[in-house]
Design a protein around this ligand. Structure first.
Ligand SMILES: [Zn+2]
Length: 56
């Protein structure tokens, strides 16, 4: 997995400043992970939105 981006955000559970990172998991999916100093880990997997062209 490749870290695409990292930075600081607030923990969604306790609102402490935490580090987040986006990991490229391949197959057009990104994992967003927040690790807070209290041990809360929040992660969600998102699919990279590829523009879909819908024919009218
Ligand atoms: Zn937390």
């Amino acid at each position: 997995m490749v870290t695409v981006e990292r930075g600081r955000t607030r923990c969604p559970r306790c609102m402490k400043m935490s580090e987040y990172q986006f990991l490229d998991r391949g197959n057009d999916t990104l994992e967003y992970e927040v690790r807070c100093p209290d041990g809360h880990v929040h992660s969600e997997v998102t699919t990279i939105s590829t523009p879909t062209i819908t024919a009218a």
